[in-house]
Design a binder for this molecule. Structure first.
Ligand code: GRF
Length: 192
């Protein structure tokens, strides 16, 4: 099962997926799409000799990009901290096969601009008693695709946004690879 991962940042979720499937062999990261030449995820890609498609707004050609993705015959497109809104033609070409992870319990704390520390700052500022992650299908609207998995963590009054971010990353690194594995089994069931 070839996976195409999309990331714009550190890539700790990409690393978690690479690590999980290096033992499982069911799936592998065939390509990493990135829109940020400074992203830490590019280090991970070169360390694991994973091809990278570095895209930028100026030279981005949607149709050509979709053709590149199709060549990999991906089982899933996995957004892991990808800060672009996925172009409609990509959503249309791979509908039902694009998933995203959001570091909050959607529909709360979702939508444009709600990513990374912005989310954790807002959750702590609102004195929430819990937060968590949402893994969902991607459609043409930000963070509105059908939810696949949600996992929660307790929030203590003294927890800082940074401490919350640590708790959230632990949930992500545990649930994201296992959710991908579950979906691949599901997809298998469809095809067989
Ligand atoms: C994660 O918190 C994820 O929920 C959000 O972006 C962040 C990516 O972190 N979509 P990393 O680059 O995987 O460390």
């Amino acid at each position: 099962h070839p996976l195409i991962l999309f990331a714009s940042g550190r890539g700790s979720n990409v690393q978690a997926v690479i690590d999980y499937f290096s033992k499982e062999q069911k799936a592998f990261v065939a390509l990493i799409v990135c829109n940020n030449p400074e992203a830490g995820v590019l280090e991970i890609a070169s360390r694991h000799q994973i091809p990278v498609q570095l895209i930028d707004r100026k030279s981005f050609k949607e149709e050509a990009f979709v053709e590149v993705l199709k060549q990999y015959k991906p089982s899933l497109l996995v957004l892991a901290g990808f800060l672009w809104k996925v172009p409609e033609s990509v959503v249309a070409s791979f509908s039902g096969k694009i998933i995203n992870i959001h570091p909050a319990l959607l529909p709360k704390y979702g939508g444009k601009g709600m990513y990374g520390m912005h989310v954790h700052n807002a959750v702590v500022a609102a004195n929430e008693k819990e937060s968590g992650i949402t893994i969902h299908f991607v459609n043409e609207h930000y963070d509105e695709g059908a939810t696949i998995v949600q996992a929660q963590c307790k929030l203590l009054p003294e927890d800082s946004p940074e401490h919350l971010a640590e708790k959230i990353h632990k949930l992500e690194h545990y649930f994201f690879p296992r959710t991908i594995e579950f979906l691949l089994k599901e997809i298998n069931i469809d095809i067989d």
